[in-house]
Design a protein around this ligand. Structure first.
Ligand SMILES: [Fe+2]
Length: 585
């Protein structure tokens, strides 16, 4: 068996992926291990934690790895210490591979848009970066067919491998690339103060918050903002000054000058978000149409941080630009680890193309009952093993309890999809406040997402395609507005995770129990982390979450855990007893 190690990220969001035997064996974001959000790792730490993690999970050593692939925004120190010949590929190519090679499509258009990718100098010496790239996948071949550069030149020349200015040298030379959708959205998120304070005490911009905020806004800025970009021919987006000479940043800065009441300030932030979101959707649609026209393909793969925007993804499908859509769940820079490893395997004919298996982002470690029990006993956490943890969880949720659920392999990407999740009853609108104030410590304007069995989706939610990874935002049906208000956003939109038994067996089972108990087969699903911290990875992280975040109960593997024996006894008495042969252990 040949093994391919992929490293991904840029100046942040470092990640590692191991592919072998035609399978993605493991993938992990560095932040999950270091517990530092968006972390890169530092050279002083020695070999990267994610590399050790993936090799251990597969039971191999670095000597067994046949090839290492990285993208050209990584610092050379991150791979030079591995002692292997390393292939450096373009950042956008790694993004494209992360979508195409696991899409299940035998041919497809692939669109990449993010803040920026690899840097290089053009023949006239202009410093530039890739900001939008168009690829076509066919079988194992992935070919660059068009690209927009930050210098606005039409650069079609093929650069399948690394660009000229690698690592932070290139990034530092060009920090603010022009004509970048990702920079447009991130800059407006920054100006609208959509950020988090991370463990390092610094404020970091969170574009996802701008999307949530947009539902609270009005179109008051939309026409002025729209005049700040031009949707040119050949799929180009040109940012420009409007007739008043304003850039999009000028408009936002002026609108956000501090004045008025806190409520008025919030409303102005929301207006900026509204304009940003609607403009982004128009730009993305323009790019997607170009991708379809350029390739003649009706299947479309998407990757790059821009495509974590579920409203934009839904807009592409609902406009009929593509019949089939695959969005890489780790669409942001971490996902380039997967893309890099897959490029290696595909190059050598060691990747099934097309891969007929549905992609699963559950690529982290699964902890054994013995490992879990050892952690719980070692930390003195009151716990009890139960026969049917999904039934116990469903009973508790149906009674209004907020449940931390830790099971199976951890998720690769920014969404918890049921294995490192906090689950709650979506029928109760008051549960949002509980989560905001006691558990997640986050802003009340942000929505919570539902998980639903795929067969039940149409009853509750209107989507233009399948959404197994919470990457499409559709609309609530009248029944959902009525029955699950806690997961319906202010404007009636819903970020849906569709659950199949094959992909998410535990969550599927839990949803079935909830349907039996309450008549509503929907659960509120949010990630098991507090704002500014990474999602939990290990049983010990989950225990820290239980004691730090006032979740009612933690159900980890088959073990029910509470903060005290008294609480545990009461919980088991109420939710864990009936039909449970182990509940009296
Ligand atoms: Fe990127």
């Amino acid at each position: 068996m040949r093994y391919y190690l992929g490293l991904g990220g840029s100046k942040h969001d470092f990640a590692t992926c191991l592919v072998g035997g035609g399978k993605v064996l493991a993938a992990i974001e560095e932040e999950r291990i270091t517990r530092k959000k968006r972390s890169y790792g530092v050279p002083e730490d020695g070999p990267l934690a994610g590399v050790r993690y993936c090799l251990d999970l597969a039971g191999i050593t670095m000597a067994d790895v046949d090839a290492v692939f990285v993208n050209d925004l990584l610092e050379p120190w991150s791979y030079e210490t591995l002692g292997k010949d390393t292939h450096v590929v373009g950042h956008h190519l790694a993004h494209a591979a992360s979508a195409y090679y696991v899409s299940g499509f035998d041919s497809a258009a692939v669109l990449v848009a993010d803040h920026s990718g690899g840097r290089w100098r053009t023949k006239d010496g202009t410093l530039t970066a890739e900001v939008v790239s168009y690829y076509r996948g066919e079988g194992s071949e992935l070919t660059l067919v068009d690209r927009q550069s930050s210098a606005d030149s039409v650069t079609v020349e093929s650069r399948p491998f690394a660009t000229d200015l690698r690592g932070s040298r290139g990034i530092d030379l060009l920090k603010r690339p022009g004509h970048s959708l990702g920079r447009f959205y991130a800059q407006l998120a920054k100006l609208a103060q959509c950020n988090s304070v991370l463990g390092d005490g610094k404020r970091h911009t969170e574009s996802g918050k701008l999307m949530g905020l947009s539902a609270h806004g009005t179109p008051v800025l939309l026409d002025r903002m729209r005049a700040c970009f031009d949707l040119g021919t050949a799929g180009r987006v040109h940012f420009q000054a409007n007739e008043q000479g304003e850039s999009f940043e000028d408009i936002a800065r002026h609108h956000l000058e501090p004045r008025g009441t806190p409520e008025q300030w919030f409303a102005r932030r929301a207006d900026v978000a509204y304009a940003a979101q609607h403009c982004l959707e128009e730009m993305v649609l323009h790019l997607a149409r170009h991708a379809a026209e350029l390739t003649g393909e009706r299947a479309l793969g998407l990757a790059g941080g821009t495509f974590l925007n579920g409203l934009a993804n839904e807009a592409v499908l609902s406009a009929g630009v593509a019949d089939r859509l695959f969005v890489q769940p780790a669409a942001h820079d971490s996902g380039t680890a997967l893309g890099a490893a897959l490029l290696g395997a595909a190059r050598d004919g060691n990747w099934p193309c097309p891969d007929p298996r549905p992609f699963s982002p559950l690529l982290g470690k699964e902890y054994s009952p013995a490992e879990i029990e050892s952690t719980l006993a070692g930390q003195g956490v009151p716990h009890r093993r139960v026969a049917d943890p999904e039934l116990v969880a469903a009973r508790a949720i149906a009674h209004g309890r907020v449940v931390g659920r830790f099971t199976g392999r951890s998720e690769y990407g920014p969404r918890a999809l049921g294995n490192r999740s906090v689950l709650a009853d979506p029928r109760d609108p008051g549960v949002r406040r509980t989560l905001d104030e006691r558990i997640k410590y986050r802003e009340p304007y942000r929505p919570y997402a539902p998980a639903v069995r795929e067969a039940d989706t149409a009853r509750y939610f209107a989507l233009s395609g399948r959404s197994p990874h919470m990457l499409l935002i559709g609309r609530a049906t009248p029944e959902a507005e009525e029955t699950v208000p806690a997961v319906v956003h202010l404007d009636g939109t819903v970020r849906v995770q569709e659950v199949t038994e094959q992909q998410y067996p535990s969550l599927h089972r839990l949803l079935g129990y909830l349907e039996d108990l309450t008549g509503v087969g929907v659960v509120l699903n949010t990630s098991m982390n507090v704002q500014g911290e990474p999602i939990v990875e290990t049983p010990a992280d989950a225990v820290a979450f239980l004691f730090g975040c006032l979740v009612d109960v933690l159900i980890i593997g088959d073990f029910v855990c509470c903060r005290s024996e008294h609480e545990l006894g009461r919980f088991i008495e109420r939710h864990g007893k009936d039909g449970d042969p182990h509940s009296d252990r």
